[in-house]
Design a protein around this ligand. Structure first.
Ligand code: PLP
Length: 391
C-alpha cells in the first residue's frame, strides 16, 4: 500500500496539472523510431519531435552493428569501467568519437547527462570560476551543482558577449576560468557564437566547453558539429555530446578533450567510477553511425536541405521562424495550455510536435518545437505543411 499522505500529495499535483491543461501525454510507440511511427490506439503519425536528425535510429547498418555488439560481448559489462567494465568496443568507440570531433581523446558515458555530471565536479577545481550561458541545458546546470561549493559560479546573459567579457574581467584572480555553452541551444534552435567565445577565451586564458548534443551530426558539411560549422575543429578545449540523437539515437554520451583531461576523468569522475559502462550494443551502433556519416556526408547535406525547406515553408505560412542552420525550429506560443492544445490539434492531424512549457522553458514562453530529420521525404514535409496550415 502506498504511503497515504505522500500519495495524496502526488494525486493533488496530478489533478492540478490536469485542470490547468499542463499534464503531458505519453504516447506508446509500437514501431522503430523513424519519420512515420505507429502509435498505440492511434495508428501512423509523422514524427517532427525526435532527435533522429540523420534518420540513423533504424538504419540497417546501425541495427546490424548493435546486434553484432550483442553477439560479440553479450548484454553488457556487469561492472564499472575501472574494475572490469572496459571493453574493446569502448576504446574503439572513444577513438572514433575523438577523431570525428577533432580532439586528442574521449570517454564514453551511458548518457550525455552523465557526461555533464562527470565533467564539472571532476575537472573544475575549487579555486576556479565557471561562466555559463543562461540557456544552457539542464544537464549542465545540474552538473555544475555537483561542483565544489567554492567554485565561483557566474551565469551570463544568453549569448551576450559583453556580459561574458565583464564576468571574465571580474574573475581574473581565479586559477582557471571555464566558459560553458551549448553548441546549439535545445529550446531556441540558435547557435552559440563560437568564434567570439573562442576569441574571448583566448584573450582571457579561459577554457571553452561546448555541449554539442544538438550540433553533432547536424552542423558542418561533415556533421562534426557546431565547431565545424565555424571552421573551428581542433580549437575547442572540451566537447560533450550525446549518442542518443543524430549518432544512432540509442543512448550514451561522451566527453571529448585532451588526453590528460580524459585520464583525470577516468581516474576521478564519479559517474564512470561508480556506474556501469555503455552496453556493447550501443558502443557498436554508435560507432557504425559515425562511420555511416563519414562514408556518406550527403546524409548531412539532405538534412541541411530539409531544414531550409521546412523553415521556408513555415515562414510562408506566417509562422515567425528566426533564420538558423539548426534542425530545431521553435514556434513561440506563450501560454503552456495553448501550446499543449495546438500540439494535440497537430496530433489529431497525424503530425507529432510537442508543446513545451515550464519547467523545460520559462513560464509564459511555451512553444511548439519542430525538429527536422534527413529522413523526411518531400511528401512528409508537404504533409507537415498541410497540417500547420490548419492550425
Ligand atoms: C544540450 C543537451 N545536453 C545533454 C543532453 C542529455 O543527453 P542524453 O539524452 O544523452 O542524456 C541533452 C538532451 O536533451 C541536450 O539537449
Amino acid at each position: 500500500m502506498p504511503n497515504a499522505n505522500f500519495d495524496k500529495r502526488c494525486q493533488e499535483n496530478i489533478n492540478q496539472w490536469t485542470q490547468s491543461g499542463q499534464l503531458k501525454p505519453f504516447y506508446n510507440i509500437t514501431s522503430p523510431m523513424r519519420p512515420v511511427v505507429e502509435i498505440e490506439d492511434k495508428g501512423e503519425v509523422l514524427v517532427l519531435c525526435a532527435n533522429n536528425y540523420l534518420g540513423l535510429a533504424d538504419h540497417p547498418e546501425v541495427i546490424e552493428a548493435g546486434i553484432q555488439g550483442m553477439r560479440d560481448y553479450g548484454a553488457g559489462t556487469a561492472s564499472v569501467r575501472f574494475i572490469c567494465g572496459t571493453l574493446g568496443c569502448h576504446r574503439k568507440l572513444e577513438k572514433k568519437i575523438a577523431d570525428f570531433v577533432g580532439t586528442e581523446s574521449s570517454l564514453s558515458y551511458v548518457s550525455c547527462w552523465n557526461a555533464n555530471e562527470a565533467l564539472f565536479p571532476t575537472l573544475v577545481g575549487p579555486e576556479d570560476a565557471i561562466l555559463s550561458d543562461e540557456l544552457n541545458h539542464a544537464s549542465i546546470i545540474d552538473g555544475m551543482r555537483l561542483m565544489s561549493k567554492k567554485v565561483a559560479k557566474n551565469v551570463y546573459k544568453h549569448s551576450d558577449l559583453e556580459d561574458l567579457e565583464n564576468k571574465l574581467k571580474e574573475t581574473q584572480s581565479h586559477a582557471t576560468r571555464w566558459v560553458v555553452t551549448d553548441g546549439v541551444f535545445s529550446m531556441e534552435g540558435d547557435v552559440a557564437k563560437l568564434p567570439e567565445l573562442g576569441a574571448l577565451c583566448k584573450q582571457y586564458d579561459a577554457m571553452l566547453v561546448v555541449d554539442d548534443s544538438h550540433g553533432v551530426g547536424v552542423l558542418g558539411t561533415g556533421g562534426k558539429g557546431t565547431h565545424e560549422h565555424f571552421d573551428m575543429v581542433g580549437q575547442i578545449d572540451v566537447i560533450t555530446g550525446t549518442l542518443g540523437k543524430a549518432l544512432g539515437g540509442a543512448a550514451g554520451g561522451y566527453i571529448a578533450a585532451s588526453q590528460n583531461a580524459v585520464s583525470v576523468l577516468e581516474q576521478r569522475g564519479r559517474p564512470s567510477l561508480f556506474s556501469n559502462a555503455l552496453p556493447a550494443t550501443v558502443a557498436y551502433s554508435a560507432h557504425k553511425a559515425i562511420e555511416v556519416i563519414e562514408n556518406d556526408p550527403s546524409i548531412v547535406a539532405r538534412l541541411h536541405s530539409n531544414v531550409a525547406t521546412f523553415r521556408q515553408g513555415l515562414a510562408d505560412l506566417g509562422f515567425d521562424c528566426t533564420p538558423s542552420p539548426t534542425a530545431i525550429i521553435p514556434i513561440m506560443i506563450g501560454d503552456e495550455a495553448e501550446a499543449i492544445r495546438k500540439s494535440k490539434q497537430l496530433f489529431d492531424l497525424g503530425v507529432m510536435v510537442i508543446g513545451f512549457g515550464f519547467p523545460v522553458v520559462p513560464k509564459g514562453e511555451a512553444r511548439l518545437r519542430v525538429q527536422v530529420s534527413a529522413a523526411l521525404t518531400d511528401d512528409h514535409i508537404q504533409q507537415a505543411m498541410d497540417a500547420f496550415a490548419k492550425l
